[in-house]
Design a protein around this ligand. Structure first.
Ligand code: RFL
Ligand code: PHB
Length: 390
């Protein structure tokens, strides 16, 4: 097979890029290791920044998001038994975020690719990226006993943290920066009315908790757990009981509980791989960087990579201008690091750390007191949460 751009990974990053390029007449093939059902079964992000929502619209995939997604102009931080609201709209100069599940937007992207005859190949095994420093790279994968070859101009590594693309970059070129946190988030999805119309991030001595939602009948809750815990350690009853203990009393009193539809644990990790380009291979999204979910930045950081890559590839094919491709890694990383800083800061402010010393706890308290006493601090939080400009 032959295509202009071979995209490894059919998650939101890969599908979005494929769809945007298609609309500019640029041909892509997307290779996905899992089945579509599997990809759509993963419950992940819920909060989209303005720039991401705009990209969905540009990709002609924004209709359902605009109909069913919720605009949120603020969220709460619960601490010391009380709820303080962050008015995103006021402190960011009129911006907001969109609450719309990653599952839904991935479904919208798949449907758009189907509608336009896009090539998305599922269940591919053993993907290998070859000759990436030459002008004629190719990708191979296994389909049963057969090895399939795809010749292309460029390869996009959008295959998430555990993908093959990053690993294709030689060790003496790739620099990896990582911070592991000794905690995870246990997430539960339930068909219950959300406890609050806006998200609640809760700092509590028993550990962090988050009340989020997908719609007015679908709630998403998280509690911080030790990394050693497994999903089997947490019955639904135990989860709800622990969540209630970490929320202010009046919130806990109105929490509607029900059977979990999905329950999973995600470890918290900060990670950046540099550079994001090696020859004609470009990394995008979780393949190059991971944040702990506290600042809701992960998918949104992927969106800015896709935005830069999309424009760079269009300039290459339509104008013969390679400046965007040449500058991609530096430009993407500059924004990626700002999202890293913000996610790290939110994480450190709101979680309880097993080896935490009293000095650190005092700093967390002071951080919150300062935040709610300073318009400038609130402005900084708000501009980062709604998303820095691309
Ligand atoms: P993905 O979604 O991991 O997709 C990569 C795809 O590549 C496939 N793949 C391969 N395909 C072919 N060959 C191989 N060798 C392959 N290896 C892997 C995989 O099967 C997969 O389908 O990466 P992508 O597209 O870059 O998207 C990134 C986002 O998924 C991620 O950043 C967010 O989910 C992070 N995140 C959040 N981000 C936000 O912006 N806002 C949020 O509110 C938010 N909440 C979250 C989150 C992530 C979470 N978890 C579980 C890590 C909440 C949680 C709990
Ligand atoms: C979610 O709804 O899954 C969610 C929302 C906000 C976050 C992380 C996850 O910061």
């Amino acid at each position: 097979m032959k295509t202009q751009i071979c995209i490894i990974g059919g998650g939101p990053s890969g599908l979005m890029l494929s769809q945007l390029l298609h609309l500019k007449g640029i041909d892509t093939i997307v290779l996905e290791r899992q089945s579509r059902e599997y990809v759509l079964g993963r419950i992940r992000a819920g909060v989209l920044e303005h720039g991401f929502a705009e990209l969905m619209r540009e990709a002609q995939c924004g209709e359902r998001m605009d109909r069913e997604g919720e605009i949120h102009e603020g969220f709460f931080i619960a601490h010391d038994g009380k709820l303080d609201r962050i008015d995103l709209h006021e402190h960011s100069g009129g911006s907001s975020v969109m609450v719309y599940g990653q599952t839904e937007l991935t479904r919208d992207l798949y449907e758009a690719r189907d509608r336009m005859g896009g090539k998305v190949i599922h269940n591919v095994e053993d993907v290998k990226i070859n000759d990436v420093t030459s002008a004629a790279p190719f990708v191979t994968y296994r389909d049963g006993d057969e090895v399939v070859r795809i010749d292309c101009d460029y390869v996009i590594g959008a295959d998430g943290f555990h993908g093959v693309s990053r690993k294709t970059i030689p060790a003496d070129v790739l620099r990896e920066h990582e911070r592991l946190y000794p905690i995870g988030w246990l997430g539960v999805l339930s068909r219950t009315k959300p406890v609050s119309p806006e998200l609640i991030y809760a700092r509590h001595e028993r550990g962090f908790a988050l009340c989020s939602l997908r719609s007015q009948v679908l709630s998403r809750y998280y509690i911080q757990v030790p990394l050693t815990d497994t999903v089997e350690d947490w019955s639904d009853e135990a989860f709800w009981a622990e969540l209630k203990k970490r929320l202010p009393e009046e919130v806990a009193a109105r929490l509607e509980t029900g059977p979990s539809i999905e329950k999973s644990i995600a470890p918290l990790r900060s990670f950046v791989a540099e550079p994001m380009r090696y020859g004609n291979l470009f990394l995008a999204g979780d393949a190059a960087h991971i944040v702990p979910p506290t600042g809701a930045r992960g998918l949104n950081s992927a969106a800015s990579d896709i935005y830069y890559l999309y424009h760079a590839l269009v300039d290459h094919y339509q104008k013969g201008d390679d400046a965007g491709l040449e500058g991609y890694s530096a430009k993407a990383l500059a924004r990626v690091w700002k999202a890293q800083r913000f996610s790290w800061w939110m994480t450190m402010m709101l979680h309880t750390f097993p080896d935490g010393i009293s000095y650190d706890r005092k700093l967390q308290e002071t951080e919150l007191q300062y935040l709610f006493s300073s318009e400038k601090a609130l402005g900084s939080l708000a501009e980062n949460y709604v998303g820095l400009p691309f």
